[in-house]
Design a protein around this ligand. Structure first.
Ligand code: CTP
Length: 230
């Protein structure tokens, strides 16, 4: 039974998990994101809309088994960006909890890199910023009634850095994580987030299970979108 809300009938796209960028056919650079927050957001979103999609990087089966909506598995930033862009439509709500890889190897070796000297070094180049590319795409194509919620993993200057990200990437809202705090951030079952709106409004969600935190995040989005439509 779905709640009757401002989100009913709207497409909700959630991104989650890490991405991977390959150095050669068997090696890649990635990070410790588990996708648990993304999976919790999907479950929370399903209470509001039947049209929920999870676009995720490599996650454990314990995470993917919990997904009861359309899901698309990707590896690289480009694949994640393409999947999000291909599934956008007017009225979409995009919640980007993924942890994409910021830098990728400058070159990809199609053959396995053999062990030679005692040292090995690589050059890395800036990778695609998925959220920024999506928000630019929405603007360029004049898409209507879109809502973008990002996440910010920070270790210092929390509110200031999160506000900068909102502006730089043109978001409506950001969920700020202190990744140094025990029980918060990567690969935990709990989380504590500070939700900041583009108008500077701040809402603290106290430490709780990722499912409870996701429920609160969706309730905040529902209220914001409902309020804007009144
Ligand atoms: N993000 C993205 N593509 C990237 C990096 C981040 O789409 N290449 C998104 C994340 O999904 C998140 C938001 O941007 O919703 C902020 O991510 P975060 O890692 O906190 O910030 P960065 O922009 O990568 O900045 P920095 O690592 O310098 O703090």
């Amino acid at each position: 039974m779905k709640m009757h809300s401002a989100l009913s009938g709207r497409r909700i796209i959630v991104t989650g998990g890490p991405t991977r960028e390959y150095l050669d056919p068997v090696r890649f650079i990635s990070n410790a994101s588990s996708g648990k927050m993304g999976a919790a957001l999907v479950q929370a979103a399903r209470n509001y809309s039947d049209d929920v999609m999870f676009i995720h990087g490599p996650v454990d089966t314990a995470v993917s088994e919990k997904i009861t909506c359309t899901s698309i598995a990707v590896e690289s930033n480009l694949e994640m960006l393409t999947a999000v862009r291909n599934n956008l439509k007017d009225g979409s709500i995009i919640i980007m909890s993924a942890a994409p890889v910021d830098y990728k190897p400058e070159t990809f070796s199609s053959r396995k890199i053999k062990k030679t000297g005692s040292k090995l070094s690589f050059d890395f180049i800036l990778n695609i910023d998925i959220l920024k590319s999506v928000s630019d795409h929405i603007k360029k194509n004049n898409m209507k009634n879109m809502f973008i919620c990002g996440f910010a993993a920070e270790t210092d200057n929390f509110i200031e850095n999160a506000m900068l990200k909102i502006k730089k990437k043109n978001m409506d809202m950001i969920c700020l994580n202190d990744v140094t705090e025990p029980g918060s951030g990567f690969n935990t079952d709990t989380n504590r987030v500070t939700v900041i709106s583009e108008d500077g409004n701040i809402h603290e969600i106290k430490m709780a299970s990722k499912n409870a935190v996701a429920d609160e995040i969706l309730a905040i989005i529902d209220k914001k979108i409902g309020g804007a439509n009144e």
